[in-house]
Design a protein around this ligand. Structure first.
Ligand code: 3HC
Ligand code: NAI
Length: 698
């Protein structure tokens, strides 16, 4: 139950925010807090008030689940509670521990004194939800820290450690003792005399920026690349600029208006969807929270190639020792060398200390003897994509690894059930599909095979979190969730260039939509030979009655594999990663169109977007129908973390809901009539469209 409880300590009243799990400041807590403050102010036995959090943190901020519901617009608003605190005659102290985020920090900013326990993380992460701090945070923070620091903190949304908050000036004291005791002591001290410091009245730190729009323009420029497409960072800047140029009350009122604008925006809804989708993906109906699991404290990786090396780095980055097995010493040395070089690069950029690098390298053991994996709790295989080889390895691992050890494969296309069949413990086998570069990309598709046990899933989902990844549980199919959808999208991109567009036209539309790059630039980055090899292997089984685009194969036949050969769909100047359109490719594309008897036509940007995104959504619908993803929001998480789908659009399935599933279905139906089988609408898309529902209603 959400409530504010109180405790009398001498002449100090302690109010505890109590609303597990994060003490979200919803309607009940706001009401309880207002009542607690009013009662304390009216009570002659109270000289000071301390506000603290019950449980594991002070507060994670406003209750996001209440946004856009009547409760969020019911008084008292958080701003009113904070104003009541700040204007009170008795001192109010915030005693902060765990996390103090969003409204859960704006509340302390309105108190007269702030103490944080060591280890507390504080910040205003609202921007990540497509909003700005809406309870005075943009007005009080710059008054305490100065404009530059406030811009940095609010626009990044970062949570910072208590010590940094102290240095920046928005915390007054850091304690390694009991924070409530320290709060009570501070309350007694403040009550004994001296003036109460009200953040809203501090002017000296913002005065210098008054009438200087250039400060804000320069900051906007500095974030332009990272914030491309996002509205909220600019809303935060606008409001901080108001703090500087308007009297406090006016700035606060303007903040409220900007907040209202943001909170009802599609972007904010999408970003909140992404926040909850990521957490929802961790919930697996038949793997309840209390499923027994092993804490992974040692791991093995087989294959020190592109993926194996990156996978191993994830473990040692999390302090988990890892044994890497290669078939040949030479390949092992090369693989370990790549890892070392990667770390050395990070050290040279100042993002890792030499000591930390040494510790990490020290956690890696390289060997050519698989028997060294006998004690590993998890072994991840990342050898060549070849079924016979993988089965041979799994058969060997089954004999070597200790009972209970989990055997995982990083395969991107192969049938996990068949791989599991090579062992006597299929319940301990699953896919862990990392994305390249594996040490950077956050997504991990954990692939549940037919016999994978709940214990194995629970262990691997927990391990995924421990190594800093976002895990999504998916089923077995070609390409799993992400790549299967990617095929549907890149296939259309291939057709579009045969019909009249050029790679740069398609890439521009996708970039403008918000992806970091379009499909052709992405192909060049990943290496075109990978897909080429897979297509060659699948040539015999490829359905010959379906349209096939040969252009990508032709590009590879020219020896153009992408960035690594300085030429692919684009050409690359020496040492540059910037794609430059190449007349040679244009000539190739025109000749392929001619060969196929396609009369080239003007392809509009709208068609490019729909031809790329709607088949992607359609494939997602098929995946849902087939039960290969548990929920539409899981698919969104896959695309947000594995492919750079613009987060402010929420992921492909959420995006479909925002443009309307009926519209997607109608467009797909028209495209199907025009272009045939590949664009056939999924039955689920049809049924949702007909019932006027969206993926979010499922
Ligand atoms: N409102 C509602 N639910 C919240 C919440 C919030 N502000 N913050 C977290 N939760 C929920 C999560 O959805 C999750 O629910 P689940 O158990 O059902 O999946 C549960 O609380 C625990 O969350 P985490 O798993 O994320 O817990 P962690 O301990 O890992 O992290 C945290 C804690 C750092 C507070 C993290 O939850 C977080 O970043 N929360 C969001 C913080 C935020 O954005 N605050 C701003 C809110 S908007 C605001 O304050 C507006 C104001 O300016 C007016
Ligand atoms: P790679 O060719 O870079 O590395 C494979 C490594 O395995 C080589 O170093 C090779 O020497 C080693 N190896 C081969 N046989 C071995 C054996 N018997 N014992 C020990 N080591 C052996 O390949 P890459 O790209 O790292 O791919 C590995 C796996 O990851 C494949 O299954 C691939 O499909 C998958 N994958 C690849 C992605 C990518 O973008 N490259 C993305 C996701 C998955």
């Amino acid at each position: 139950m959400a409530e504010v409880t109180s405790e009398q300590r001498g002449r100090v009243r302690v109010l505890f925010l109590d609303n597990p799990p994060v003490n979200g400041l919803g309607f009940d807590l706001r009401t309880g807090l207002m009542a607690g403050i009013e009662a304390a102010m009216a009570d002659d036995d109270v000289d000071a008030v301390v506000i603290a959090g019950a449980g594991r943190m002070f507060s994670g901020g406003a209750d996001i689940t209440e946004f856009n519901t009547p409760k969020s617009s019911a008084e008292p608003f958080l701003t009113q509670v904070i104003t009541a605190i700040e204007t009170s005659s008795k001192p109010v102290v915030a005693a902060i521990h765990g996390v103090s985020a969003g409204g859960g920090l704006e509340l302390p900013l309105g108190c007269h004194y702030r103490i944080a326990a060591k280890g507390t993380r504080l910040g205003l992460p609202e921007v990540n939800l497509g909003i700005l701090p809406g309870a005075g945070g943009t007005q009080r923070m710059p008054r305490l820290t100065g404009v530059e620091a406030a811009l940095q903190l609010i626009v990044s949304g970062d949570l910072v450690p208590a010590e940094k908050a102290l240095a920046l000036g928005f915390v007054d004291e850091v304690t390694d003792g009991d924070v409530v005791d320290a709060g009570v002591a501070a309350g007694e001290r403040l009550a004994a005399g001296g003036e109460l410091r009200r953040s809203s009245e501090v002017e000296d730190k913002i005065a210098g920026a008054r009438g200087k729009p250039e400060i804000f323009e320069a900051f906007k420029k500095s974030i332009a690349r990272k914030a491309r497409g996002y509205e909220a960072p600019y809303a935060c800047i606008e409001s901080i600029e108001n703090a500087v140029n308007m009297p406090f009350d006016e700035g606060l009122a303007a903040e409220r208006e900007i907040f209202k604008r943001c909170v009802s925006s599609v972007q904010s809804k999408a970003l909140r969807h992404a926040f909850f989708a990521e957490r929802e993906a961790q919930k697996i109906p038949d793997v309840p929270k209390d499923t027994p699991k092993t804490d992974v404290t040692s791991a093995g990786v087989i294959g020190a190639g592109t993926m194996g090396g990156g996978i191993a780095m994830n473990f040692v980055n999390a302090g988990i020792p890892v044994t890497i097995v290669e078939a040949e010493q030479e390949n092992l040395d090369r693989g370990l060398g790549v890892i070392e070089k990667n770390y050395a690069n990070t050290v040279s950029k100042g993002r890792l200390s030499q000591d930390a690098m040494d510790t990490r390298m020290g956690l890696i053991t390289g060997t050519t003897d698989m028997n060294h994996l006998a004690q590993a709790e998890v072994v991840i295989e990342a050898v060549f994509e070849n079924m016979d080889l993988k089965k041979e390895i799994f058969g060997a691992l089954d004999k070597i690894c200790k009972p209970g050890a989990i055997l995982a494969s990083n395969t991107s296309t192969l049938d996990m059930d068949e791989i599991a069949s090579a062992t006597s413990r299929p319940e301990a086998v699953l896919g862990t599909h990392f994305f390249s570069p594996a040490n950077v990309m956050k997504l991990l598709e954990n692939v549940r095979a037919e016999k994978t046990s709940p214990e194995t899933i629970a262990t691997v989902m927990a391990m995924t979190k421990k190594i800093g990844k976002v895990g999504v549980l998916v089923g077995v199919c070609d390409g799993f969730v992400g790549n299967r959808m990617l095929y549907a999208y890149s296939r259309q991109a291939g057709f579009l260039i045969e019909e009249g567009a050029l790679p740069q036209d398609v890439d521009k539309v996708i970039f403008d939509f918000g992806f970091p790059m379009g499909p052709f630039a992405m192909g060049d980055l990943a290496g075109l030979d990978v897909g080429w090899r897979i297509r060659q292997e699948q040539e015999a089984t490829r359905p010959k009655d379906l349209r096939y685009s040969p252009t990508a194969d032709r590009v590879c036949e020219m020896g153009r594999f992408g960035q690594k050969t300085s030429a692919g769909w684009y050409r690359y100047e020496d040492g540059s990663r910037t794609p430059v359109p190449d007349p040679e490719i244009e000539a190739l594309i025109l000749s392929v169109s001619e060969e196929l008897g396609i009369e080239r036509r003007a392809v509009s940007d709208e068609e490019i977007l729909q031809r790329c995104m709607y088949p992607l959504i359609n494939e997602g619908a098929k995946i849902l129908e087939e039960g290969l993803a548990m929920r539409a929001s899981d698919i969104d998480v896959v695309w947000l973390y594995g492919y750079g789908f613009p987060r402010y659009r929420g992921g492909p399935m959420f995006y479909a809901d925002t443009v309307g599933v009926k519209h997607v279905y109608d467009t797909m139906s028209a495209l199907y009539d025009e272009h045939g089988e590949w664009l056939k609408p999924a039955p689920l898309l049809k049924s949702l469209a007909e019932s006027g529902k969206g993926f979010g209603d499922m």
